[in-house]
Design a protein around this ligand. Sequence first.
Ligand code: G1P
Length: 297
Amino acid sequence: MNKRVKKAVIPAAGLGTRFLPATKAMPKEMLPIVDKPTIQYIIEEAVESGIEDILIVTGKGKRAIEDHFDSVPELEQTLIEKGKSEFLKLVEETTNINIHFIRQSKPRGLGHAVLQAKAFVGNEPFVVMLGDDIVQATVPCTRQLISQYEITNSSIIGVQPVLDEETQRYGIVDLSSSVTEKLHKVKSFVEKPQLGSAPSNLAILGRYLFTPEIFKYLETQQVGTGGEIQLTDAITRLNEMQRVFAYEFDGKRYDVGEKLGFIRTTLEFSLNREDLKYDVMNMMEEILKEHSKSVSM
Ligand code: G1P
């Protein structure tokens, strides 16, 4: 019998250099999409997937994340006194979750960040969710991976196709054979292959489900691409001892880890909101008109 997946690990120790200077004093995980920090979307996906305990791996300068998920009695009291129950609900939503924190003292790569979760995870299967990827799906992405784990009893890596010219930005899977249309056996996982050398265009997009054996490989993992301890390299070694599947999850994935993706996500999320969509559409039309005028002048 496989064990129930109850724990999630969210690495949030990265420096956020792609968003400097905004991230000089503020964690990139706190950048808002419309009115919610990006990390809150990830936590909501975890909770909707049945996860009960979440460990956030932080680093220096990340205290705002802890504060965000802490209660703020003065703010709550003011909202009660002013009868602003809608806002009170929004504030309380961020505090009724079991969230734990641990610090990664030096940024030594994603593999090293996940290794910090060893004691928290113990001998259970768990998920890793990266904050740069937000997935909108009818069945939450993490829940989809858990369903595949319940069938296979094995580690499952969430993947989706990306454009050929984008493969160099991701961990890419080299498939061996397919079990179903979406579930694949894998030969190896390659971190950020050079342009033109990717074995496929199926990319790892920030959602992983691991058996606890991954820690054995993370503990002995040597540095790889970019001089960092890569999670992808440890997955390849785990796959040699214990089958790791790639699963093409359903849903639309947003890349909030780079500028254009971030802007697109903000626009699309606001267009999906009843309270904003018409105003945002009108605003976008106006902006486009103004800009096409200045281009044709
Ligand atoms: C990390 C992983 C990579 C994965 C990507 C998904 O890279 O190392 O395998 O494809 O996240 O977003 P990073 O974006 O941190 O460079």
